[in-house]
Design a protein around this ligand. Structure first.
Ligand code: NAX
Length: 329
């Protein structure tokens, strides 16, 4: 039996936490042979509902689950963590400006960065889901110098999954028939879902997506559908997407640890300056995941004029976000 890995989850009593935790406990995050210790972190007022979630987890009788702790104490929660899933964040309140939201969250992620720096394993892999995810990850990284910034990610996998779903629906094929579709930039409406490198298997033949997709459908239907999917779900469900967000967080971490071969995965991570993206911005880029917590960015892609414009628009938004939290970096 493998030694247990420690998985810390913030916002564990929230709706994404609720949707993801049973699956994590069931081995979908790190593999069906990997025992885990769950460390569930909430703000003090979240501890009561968290207790209920913990009772349900217990009632799941998961063979891989070694232990479960619920706490509002960051050093206890992040202690020896191998994986940190940072889901909890401050939601936008009435009358709250984007700038206020940005700085309220940045200070949460500053504290969490310091706690992870002190208490988690130096090799810990961190995934930020709580919004504004990219900039929260940037603040966290600045406050966790013991960790390699390469291991601090923000989630754009949900955007990638949404794009794949829409494309597969349009073409009448399965999502696994589509390759090399990726998301660039911010997890926001400026994100750029890029199909210029993508291929699809149609009637047994591999074709370039840009050869079979009408550019008017791409720009007038596909792009806004993917970029505004979160809002459409709120309108329909009366609550924001939770199960699909939890699912994508699991996809992200699972592929990082168990590998996903030649498949491209969108990961928002500190830019190394490739593609003219300002160095250090937490910016989504296509990556390969060989497993064992490692990844490599896909380099030297040809970027056409349209992509260049879209990629720099989302970078510009991230630079503006960074400027709003500069005092915490
Ligand atoms: P909920 O409001 O249902 O749950 C959030 C939970 O986090 C609450 O239980 C709250 O008590 C807790 N919390 C707040 N601050 C905390 C802190 N400092 N430490 C620990 N726990 C804390 O929100 P939910 O729907 O679960 O969404 C969570 C976050 O994910 C939001 O910021 C949301 O915007 C973001 N999302 C990000 C997505 C992405 O693709 N990156 C997609 C889905 C989602 O909208």
């Amino acid at each position: 039996v493998k030694p247990a890995m420690n998985v810390a989850v913030t916002g564990a009593a929230g709706q994404i936490g609720y949707a993801a935790l049973m699956r994590i406990a069931n081995g979908e995050l790190l593999g069906k042979d990997q025992p885990i210790n769950l460390k569930l972190i909430e703000v003090p007022q979240g501890l009561k509902p968290l207790k209920g979630v913990m009772m349900e987890i217990q009632d799941g009788a998961f063979p891989l689950l070694n232990s479960v702790v619920g706490t509002a104490d960051l050093s206890e929660g992040f202690g020896d963590a191998d994986v940190c899933l940072l889901i909890g964040a401050r939601p936008r309140g009435p009358g709250m400006e984007r700038k206020d939201l940005m700085s309220a969250n940045a200070s949460i992620f500053k504290d969490q960065g310091k706690a992870i720096n002190k208490s988690a394993k130096k090799t810990a892999k961190v995934l930020v889901v709580g919004n504004p995810a990219n900039t929260n990850a940037l603040v966290l990284s600045a406050n966790a110098p013991n960790l390699d910034p390469k291991h601090i990610h923000a989630m754009t996998r949900l955007d990638q999954n949404r794009a794949l779903g829409q494309m597969a629906l349009k073409l009448g094929i399965g999502v696994s028939d589509i390759e090399k579709l990726c998301i660039w930039g911010n997890h926001s409406s400026t994100q750029y879902p890029d199909i210029t490198h993508a291929t699809a298997m149609i009637d047994g033949k591999k074709v370039r997506l840009s050869d079979v997709i009408d550019s008017k459908w791409y720009s007038e239907t596909f792009l806004p559908t993917v970029q505004k999917r979160g809002a459409a779900i709120i309108t329909a469900r009366g609550a924001s997407s939770a199960a699909s967000a939890g699912n994508s967080a699991i996809d992200h971490v699972r592929d990082l640890f168990l590998g996903s071969g030649s498949a491209w995965q969108s990961i928002a991570v500190a830019s190394d300056g490739s593609y003219g993206i300002p160095k250090g911005l937490v910016y989504s880029i296509p990556c390969l995941c060989p497993g064992d917590g490692k990844f490599t960015m896909v380099k030297d892609l040809k970027v056409d004029e349209y992509s260049k414009k879209m990629m720099s628009a989302t970078a510009k938004e991230l630079v503006e976000e960074r400027d709003m939290v500069r005092h915490l970096l």
